[in-house]
Write a protein that binds this ligand. Structure first.
Ligand SMILES: [Fe+2]
Ligand SMILES: [Fe+2]
Length: 359
């Protein structure tokens, strides 16, 4: 097993895949940095202490310690894979490895920069897990001779500064949505085993439980520092919920053929994953999206269609391409605003922070 890809052969110059992972396109995963002193000041309140200790005990037990080991199935010859599917699969793996690795280095950096023992220990465990995930994906990329040079990425990738509270909202959501994505893909292949074109998908079941656990820890942290969930921050929470959902919806719909190759209807998949993540987030967020409303989905769909029209206008070029793109961008801002002001579901937080993974 590779802890990180520094174990992989070192490449003299960034290869094409590494360069793809470096691109800071709006929809690509980013690398983050933050105000570490604020993280150091986080505390666990007495009523959440037992839950926190239980989660940390799970991390210490490390249930997935032996999970990320490859078996003989990975030695199969994948050279016969349809070239289009191969390219889409590699793109999927590159965006996944970048997301996993950005978590790994952010969490490692937080651990290094703070002294608060609770938070320090948690971020150490989460960094360990994300490093494993990134290494496991990169090993598969290496099988296709396109591994991302992760050590190069950390040196060359631009870092975005994010306020600590934005880190909590965004990473909490990306952990929970990561869980929902992995488990939904895994269940799809259980129903359609003939569509499972690579063994890595068999690893998604236990893998998703790591992401779930990471999200649980963030939920307890936020519930222990309730100012993060009150006042003007409720608007920020709605903003992040929507930003994460819209980004996923637009990205996935741009990759419809890849989902079709896996036997997945992208509309159905995105609705399931977003509705599940939204539902889970009620453990900590006072307001969530109304995913039962047809208006919500109609607006999400509009966002995707407008983004696709933007891509086509840019590709076509011509005298008025710039104007057209600007108008479409404005249309997307308006759609986002309509989603934002669409009446949220507001409820009191449940007494028990922890939720069970949903199968
Ligand atoms: Fe992960
Ligand atoms: Fe995670």
């Amino acid at each position: 097993m590779y802890a990180t890809t520094t174990d992989l052969p070192v490449r003299p110059a960034p290869n094409e895949t590494t360069r793809a992972a470096q691109q800071d396109a709006m929809l690509n995963p980013r690398f983050y940095t933050t105000d570490f002193a604020a993280l150091d000041a986080l505390h666990i309140t007495p009523e959440n202490r037992q839950m926190w200790d239980d989660i940390l005990a799970e991390f210490r037990r490390d249930p997935n310690k032996d999970h990320f080991k490859r078996n003989a199935e990975f030695d199969a010859d994948f050279s016969g894979m349809d070239p289009e599917l191969r390219a889409q699969f590699i793109e999927f793996l590159v965006s996944s490895v970048t997301a996993e690795f950005s978590g790994c280095i952010l969490y490692a950096e937080i651990k290094k920069r703070i002294t608060n023992p609770d938070v320090r220990e948690l971020f150490g465990f989460m960094s360990r897990d994300e490093g494993r995930h990134a290494g496991f994906i990169n090993h598969t990329l290496n099988d296709f001779n396109v591994a991302v040079d992760l050590s190069f990425l950390t040196r060359a990738k631009k870092y975005t500064y994010f306020q600590p509270k934005f880190i909590y909202y965004a990473t909490y959501l990306s952990e929970k949505i990561g869980y929902a994505r992995y488990v939904t893909i895994f269940r799809n292949f259980e129903r359609n085993p003939d569509k499972r074109f690579h063994p890595i998908f068999k690893w998604f079941e236990n893998w998703c439980l790591d992401e779930f656990r990471h999200g649980e820890a963030f939920a307890v942290l936020m519930r222990s520092n309730p100012e993060l969930l009150a006042g003007r921050n409720r608007w920020w929470i709605r903003f992040f919920l929507l930003a994460v959902f819209c980004t996923m919806y637009v990205r996935d719909h741009a990759r419809r053929p890849f989902f079709e190759a896996m036997g997945i209807d992208v509309d159905d998949y995105d609705r399931r994953v977003i509705a599940l993540t939204n539902l889970i987030s009620r453990q900590v967020f006072p307001d969530t999206m109304d995913t039962d409303s047809p208006v919500f989905w109609a607006l999400m769909d509009r966002m995707w269609r407008t983004t696709d029209a933007m891509r086509r206008a840019e590709a076509a070029g011509g005298a008025f391409a710039g104007v057209k793109v600007a108008l479409l961008k404005a249309a997307n801002v308006l759609t986002f605003a309509r989603l934002f002001f669409h009446r949220p579901v507001t409820q009191a937080l449940p007494a028990d922070v922890r939720v069970q993974p949903v199968w």
